[in-house]
Every structure is written in C-alpha cells, then in structure tokens.
Design a protein around this ligand. Structure first.
Ligand SMILES: [Zn+2]
Ligand SMILES: [Zn+2]
Length: 338
C-alpha cells in the first residue's frame, strides 16, 4: 500500500509498504481522511520527537475492513475515529487514571505507523464509532478537537469570563468556538494573518486583533478594565507566552496550549505570579475526551466547514505540509486516492 513515511527527521517519503498481519486485538481500517497539523511539521523538521521509520498521521478516521479475531470486536464497515495515544494501562500514571502521562505512552503516527496511508492497523481499544452523517472533514477533526476539549477542562472557563486567544490557526479557531459556547462574555482573538482573522470574525470572535498593530493590551483593558480572566496561547511561541502572562488579570489563568519548541524559555517574575495570583497551566493531548469531541462535532458546536479544509492525495503530502508551513492553508488532510 501507499504510505507517507518519515525515514528520519528531514526525510519524508511517499513509498509502497507491505501490510503486516494483524496481531491480537488489532483491527485493520481503510483510511478515509487524515489531518495534518503543526505537530507533523515539527516531527518532519526534527523539532518534535518521533520514532522513525514511521508512517506519519495521528488525526484520522476510516472504515473497519478486517475486525480481527475478536468475535466481540467492531464489525466490518464501521466508521471509526482513531485515538492515536496508546497508554500501557499498567504504569503508576495509568493506574491513577492519568493515561496521558503514561511512562510508556506510544502514539500512532509518531512511534507506530499512522494514518497517512491507504490502510492502518490499530488496537481495537483506540477506536471510537462515528455517528451517521459525519463528514470526512469532521471525522478527521475529532482528534484535534479532543485535545482542545482537554484544554477547556484545564482552563476552567466560567460563564461571563473575558477570554483572550493568541493565534487563529486551526486550533485557535476550534478553541474560539468552544470558549464561546462555554459561556464566555467576550472572546478577543489575536492573529497576524488577515485570512485567519476573517475566519475568526465569521466564527463569532467579539474582537479580532492584528498583533502588529499593538492594540491588543488596550483592547483587553477596554473590554474588561482589569485584564483577561483567561488567556489561551494557541500559537506556542516565546513571544505569545510572554504576552499571555502579561494580559491575564490578577487571579487570572494562563493556558499554554500551542506547542512551544523544546528549549524555548521566557523570563518569569515569581513575584508577579505571587502578587497577581496567576494560575499557569499546560494541556497535553486528550485523556478521555474523544466522546465529547465527537458530540461537539456531531452537535454542530464545533463547525469545521468555515476552516476550508483542503484534501490532498498521499502523493501530495509535501505540498500539503508546505502550505501549512507558510500559513496559506488553515487545515489540510490526506484523502487516499483523491
Ligand atoms: Zn495534530
Ligand atoms: Zn502507562
């Protein structure tokens, strides 16, 4: 079958790779759609960890074509989404219910062959049935939305909050929809690229700011008088991390959601955290959030049509990554045979 395999950091190749036999409790799925995101870019560039050689793709959905040997397994033809993060189930974190901290956590599309392929072999435990009527775009979006749902849990947004989102990429625009629906009184989104700002405005941001204009702080103060209740950094840069801390009100919360490169640092004044009683939290992947992500997409709370997802065949993976890297595209997906 055709796959996009990371041979080593810097070298992603479209090639033919044979399918191995199914192991116990494994299921074969025919890929319908597989999203590409910043993590894939970082993996290809070598700034995010992976275990090559590995077929990339961790945001995917498909149809069961071989349910394996388990007689109580998932029937052939079932439309399924894949949770790529596989915990061991036995380590000290897993036994505390903190599966995302599993000391032996492995991920499809990062450590094990993933979804940028015609077929994928997936442990049955990682599959979630997709309700009827969901599109290929929505199905592929379940994984990124599941991560945003964990971010919402971590941010603890309350009805009436003034929320700032830094970065209007895909995840910022998903977060915008969740925050609005979660009862925020105002959501101010900051994004340097004009086509992304337009989508943010269409999706109901109260105010959309171009950070180059340097009006963000003033806009936040004009809205709340004291700073933001919650600031969500969806951009993941040292600069936005600093801005996030700066914009939070006393007693406010800062969520680092966007993945800042490993080794990047910012100055932090402990006295400011003390005096302002800041809560600074992180959000890592998607523990137990797949069912809610499916419900949000199915219920139309998170809309993906305005994100203008573009489909590429497996052979188009380099083009798909390039247009993500330079910011032309908001979200791309691989659809085998498209
Ligand atoms: Zn991703
Ligand atoms: Zn574990």
């Amino acid at each position: 079958m055709k796959v996009a395999e990371l041979e080593k950091p810097g070298s992603l190749r479209v090639k033919s790779k044979p399918l191995r036999a199914l192991g116990a409790d494994e299921v074969l799925i025919k890929i319908e759609s597989c999203g590409l995101c910043g993590t894939d870019l970082h993996i290809v560039e070598g700034t995010s960890r992976s275990t090559p050689p590995v077929v990339l793709g961790h945001e995917y959905a498909g149809f069961v074509t071989d349910p394996g040997k388990n007689p109580k397994g998932i029937p052939e033809g079932t439309h399924v989404a894949v949770d790529p993060n596989i915990p061991c189930g036995r380590c000290s974190y897993c036994r505390r219910g903190l599966v995302h901290f599993c000391t032996r956590l492995r991920a499809l599309g990062v450590d094990i062959d993933g979804g940028m392929a015609e077929y994928s072999i997936v442990p049955a435990s990682q599959l979630y049935a997709i309700p009827h009527g969901m599109t290929a775009e929505e199905s592929m979006f379940i994984e990124p939305v599941s991560c945003a749902v964990h971010g919402m849990d971590r941010a603890g947004i309350r009805a009436g909050d003034i929320v700032v989102i830094l970065g209007g990429g895909t995840i910022g625009l998903v977060m915008l929809q969740l925050v609005r629906h979660g009862g925020a009184a105002a959501v101010i989104l900051s994004e340097p690229l004009s086509h992304k700002r337009k989508v943010a405005a269409d999706l109901g941001a109260s105010l959309v700011i171009d950070p180059a204009g340097d009006t963000l702080r003033q806009a936040v103060m004009d809205t709340s008088g004291i700073g933001a209740d919650v600031v969500i950094d969806c951009a993941g840069t040292a600069s936005t991390a600093r801005t996030a801390i700066d914009l939070a009100r006393r007693g406010g919360t800062v969520l680092f959601f966007g993945v800042c490169p490993i080794g990047e640092t910012i100055p932090l004044e402990p006295n400011a955290v003390y005096f302002r009683e800041l809560t600074i939290v992180g959000s890592y992947v998607n523990p137990y959030t797949f069912p809610r992500a499916i419900a949000l997409l199915r219920g139309g709370v998170v809309r993906v049509a305005p994100l203008d997802v573009r489909a590429y065949p497996i052979e188009g993976v380099h083009d798909a990554l390039a247009s993500l890297r330079d910011g032309r595209a908001l979200k791309n997906m691989i659809v085998p045979g498209s």
